[in-house]
Design a protein around this ligand. Structure first.
Ligand SMILES: NC(=O)c1ccc[n+]([C@@H]2O[C@H](COP(=O)([O-])OP(=O)(O)OC[C@H]3O[C@@H](n4cnc5c(N)ncnc54)[C@H](O)[C@@H]3O)[C@@H](O)[C@H]2O)c1
Length: 347
């Protein structure tokens, strides 16, 4: 392979231009979002698309890339894409249960990976991917936009600096017309999705709780209603965290509209936000504080991933957060299955 060293970090690229050759695998709704965001990045050359549905792949190429003078190669499988397209990095936007095999194949080929949420739906697979990425010295990042939002990064700093004191409760909800949109698709197949609303849209909320607070859930009590499908649709979860804080989390996949909220209460104040940032409030003991404008530069999951590949920044949501999400989800499903509280296993 021809390689060219990037000026700052020593990262080698497989093209001659110094641009990162990036491929997208999965050309559905989210794959299109990734392509559009990647096209806006000056250091990126989108060189290949792959999808088992050839028409979806060709449509994305013809609608978004050809008009911009980028007639990219298209493939049926990730394996072909990796073998023939000389890529530096791949973005995986495929059904959940494919993420493990595809991320593993890409990492083994020495390719950096940005994988959609949830990274995988098994703790064993999540741990294996993190170990492989470390061994291969490649970036493994999860496309959680919450971790890139300026609001959530601001709140995370507030909490880390102890501005809210000790966290005592966390309550969050996320609702969506998920079931009516997903009926008849891979999302309601346990085999293809590995879970339902909780692992899908709900993972934004669960990730935000873990990532913002840094707390470890130690016990959970969960009730899950599948609404007659193979997967969870409406779930209610009680949580006790390792510092003694309590939490309640609701995921309603049988709603009419999208909405989400997250409130973190500490001994010195409270923050309110959405699962991916947005609407915020911050009150300190006795008075409501106005948020200062959040000054961080804006970043997207794609720009953050490229920064991480170049070695200029950490991935906002590296693979380790996929392991934590799976550990929490294991506890939730165990509790829902037995009808009893369950321990969340951290080892
Ligand atoms: N971060 C977010 O806000 C967000 C939003 C939507 C979806 N997602 C995630 O993105 C991923 C994809 O979701 P989506 O909504 O785009 O689904 P989708 O059904 O619209 O697209 C999935 C695509 O994968 C293709 N595919 C299936 N099997 C394949 C294979 N073996 N190889 C290559 N391609 C294959 C399908 O043909 C389809 O085009 C999921 O992980 C989902 O949770 C994230």
């Amino acid at each position: 392979l021809k390689t060219k060293r990037s000026s700052k970090t020593g990262t080698k690229t497989r093209g001659t231009s110094g641009l990162l050759r990036v491929a997208v695998c999965g050309c559905g709704g989210r794959g299109r979002d990734h392509v559009l965001s990647l096209l806006a990045l000056p250091e990126v050359d989108v060189v290949a698309l792959a999808d088992s549905d050839h028409a979806a792949c060709a449509r994305l190429r013809d609608e978004e890339l050809v008009p911009r003078g980028k007639p990219v190669s298209i493939f049926h499988t990730l394996e072909e894409q990796l073998r023939l397209a000389r890529v530096d990095a791949v973005v995986l936007a495929t059904p959940h249960q494919l993420h493990y095999g595809q991320a593993r194949a890409a990492l083994r080929a020495g390719v950096h990976v940005l994988v959609e949420k949830p990274m995988v739906t098994s703790t064993r697979q999540a741990t294996a991917l993190v170990d492989l990425a470390r061994k291969q010295k490649r970036v493994l990042a999860i496309a959680h936009q919450g971790s890139c939002s300026s609001e959530l990064r601001y709140i995370r700093r507030l909490l880390a600096e102890g501005k809210l004191g000790e966290i005592t409760t966390v309550d969050g909800f996320i609702s969506q017309d998920w079931l009516s949109r997903c009926r008849g698709t891979w999302r309601v197949s346990r085999e293809l999705a590995g879970g339902g609303m909780l692992y899908d849209t709900g993972s934004h909320l669960l990730h935000a709780v873990l990532w913002l607070t840094g707390l470890k859930p130690v016990n959970v009590g969960a009730m899950v209603d599948n609404r007659g499908t193979e997967v969870d649709v409406v779930s209610s979860v009680l949580v006790r965290f390792d510092n003694g804080a309590m939490g309640t989390l609701l995921a309603n996949g049988d709603a009419r509209t999208f909405s989400s909220g997250l409130r973190i209460v500490g001994t010195r104040g409270t923050v309110v936000t959405g699962a991916d940032g947005g609407r915020r409030a911050h009150s300190a003991v006795g008075r409501l504080l106005k948020y200062p404008p959040v000054k961080d530069h804006e970043m997207t999951v794609q720009s953050n991933f490229i920064e991480a590949v170049r070695g200029r920044s950490e991935a906002a949501s590296p693979g380790e957060w996929g392991v934590k999400l799976c550990r929490l989800m294991d506890g939730i499903y165990t509790s829902a299955g037995t009808g009893k509280p369950a321990a969340v296993r951290w080892k």
